[in-house]
Design a protein around this ligand. Structure first.
Ligand SMILES: CC(C)(COP(=O)(O)OP(=O)(O)OC[C@H]1O[C@@H](n2cnc3c(N)ncnc32)[C@H](O)[C@@H]1OP(=O)(O)O)[C@@H](O)C(=O)NCCC(=O)NCCS
Length: 188
């Protein structure tokens, strides 16, 4: 999917009611991406990823909700719980299988929502998603927990007044997706 560069983030903070609505839209959009006759390991993993995202969308909890939107449709959703300050707990993070980048864009947005120094992101991960979080600088802790301290991770850097993933700091503005609604990803 081609990227465009926008002056503003494609992520919006939404209230709990809107988040529930977007989770339903997400489920409806992604169900068509499930492969009906998955025979190889790769195909089974693909379907597993989609069903995991849909299960997590039903279990979403938190105090703050974020949506990464493409033409007002959700390509990524995150629920964050900050009742245990100063730590911020990511309760749910899901991304549409037809795109790349929404997971990282959401984490980058969440990182920039709280003052640096007070910010430590924590989550309990699924085994399958640990490599994703490691790429974003999360360090393993006990009992499937992972923690990110952007102030100490070489994967993060301050650039243009915000925290950015070091790998993408040379890119201008905010990554968004595509320009035309007809380019919305279609299922395989
Ligand atoms: C985990 C998830 C949110 C990642 O979202 P995404 O938008 O696909 O991730 P991104 O495209 O931002 O990936 C960022 C990087 O991690 C890598 N990555 C993504 N998922 C990965 C995985 N399962 N294993 C290894 N690497 C992975 C990408 O290749 C990318 O690396 P790059 O920048 O070098 O290309 C998404 O796969 C998902 O919804 N999974 C099902 C639900 C789930 O497991 N959620 C997490 C619960 S703990």
């Amino acid at each position: 999917m081609p990227y465009v560069w926008l002056p503003a983030s494609p992520v919006r903070q939404v209230d709990g009611k809107e988040f529930s609505r977007l989770c339903s839209v997400f489920k409806h959009e992604t169900v068509g991406w499930v492969l009906p006759h998955a025979s190889s390991e790769e195909q089974r993993q693909w379907n597993e990823r989609i069903s995991m995202a849909n299960v997590l969308s039903e279990l979403a909890f938190g105090t703050d909700f974020f949506a990464c939107l493409l033409h007002s449709r959700p390509v990524g959703l995150a629920a964050v719980d900050r009742s245990d300050q100063p730590g911020v707990h990511i309760g749910t993070l899901i991304a549409h299988p037809g795109q790349q980048g929404a997971g990282s864009i959401l984490v980058e947005h969440i990182v920039n929502c709280w003052p640096p120094g007070s910010l430590q992101l924590e989550l309990v991960t699924l085994l399958e998603s640990r490599p994703f979080y490691q790429r974003l600088g999360f360090e393993p802790m006990a009992r499937n927990k992972m923690r990110l301290d952007v102030t100490k991770s070489p994967r993060w850097v301050r650039s243009g007044g915000r925290w950015r993933l070091t790998a993408y700091r040379h890119l201008p503005n905010h990554a968004a997706f595509i320009e035309k609604d007809e380019d919305w990803p279609t299922s395989p």
